[in-house]
Design a protein. Structure first.
Length: 158
C-alpha cells in the first residue's frame, strides 16, 4: 500500500465521521472500536487532524471529535498532506535532496507522471463521496481507503 497506516486510519476515521449526523461529537474509543485500532494511537491521529483544522475536539462527558463545517468536502489529498507531509507531492522517490525537472534523478521522468496521477486521484476523492458509498452499502468501511486508490475497482462497483 502506498499510504502509511497512520494515513489509512485517518482516512477511515474521517469517513466514519462523515457517515454520522453533522455536528455530533463522536468519542475516540467509539471510532477506534469501529476501526479496530488502538484508541491511544487514534487519539494522536485525531488530535493532529484538529491542529490542521479538519476536526473539532470537545472535552468532557459529551466530548469527542466531529468534522468541521463543510468537512464532507475534505478530499483525501488534504488528509494525506496532514499525515504524510508534502513529500507525496514533492520528495524524490529515491530520496535525493535535489531532484526536479531541471535536475532529475534516475527515476524522475518515470515517477513524476505517476506521482501527478496519484495526487490527482487523491484530490478527486471527497469524504462526502466515500461516506455516501459506505452508507449505500456498496462498501464496508474496512474496504477504504485502499479501494479509493484503485480507480478501476471503484468505477466497476459504481
Amino acid at each position: 500500500m502506498i499510504l502509511s497506516r497512520t494515513s489509512q486510519y485517518a482516512i477511515q476515521a474521517l469517513i466514519y465521521m462523515a457517515t454520522q449526523p453533522s455536528g455530533v461529537a463522536i468519542l475516540n474509543r467509539t471510532i477506534a472500536e469501529k476501526l479496530g485500532v488502538s484508541p491511544t494511537y487514534l487519539a494522536k491521529i485525531l488530535q493532529n487532524l484538529c491542529r490542521f483544522n479538519l476536526l473539532y475536539s470537545f472535552r468532557g462527558n459529551q466530548g469527542g471529535f466531529c468534522l468541521r463545517e463543510e468537512g464532507e468536502k475534505i478530499n483525501l489529498l488534504q488528509i494525506v498532506l496532514v499525515t504524510e507531509g508534502s513529500g507525496i507531492k514533492e520528495e524524490c522517490v529515491l530520496g535525493f535532496k535535489v531532484c526536479s525537472d531541471k535536475k532529475p534523478c534516475l527515476m524522475h521522468t518515470q515517477w513524476s507522471p505517476t506521482r501527478k496521477e496519484i495526487v490527482k486521484l487523491l484530490q478527486s476523492q471527497s469524504l462526502e463521496f466515500l461516506a455516501s458509498e459506505v452508507l449505500s452499502g456498496k462498501y464496508q468501511l474496512s474496504d477504504l481507503p485502499a479501494l479509493a486508490l484503485d480507480k478501476k475497482k471503484l468505477q466497476a462497483r459504481a
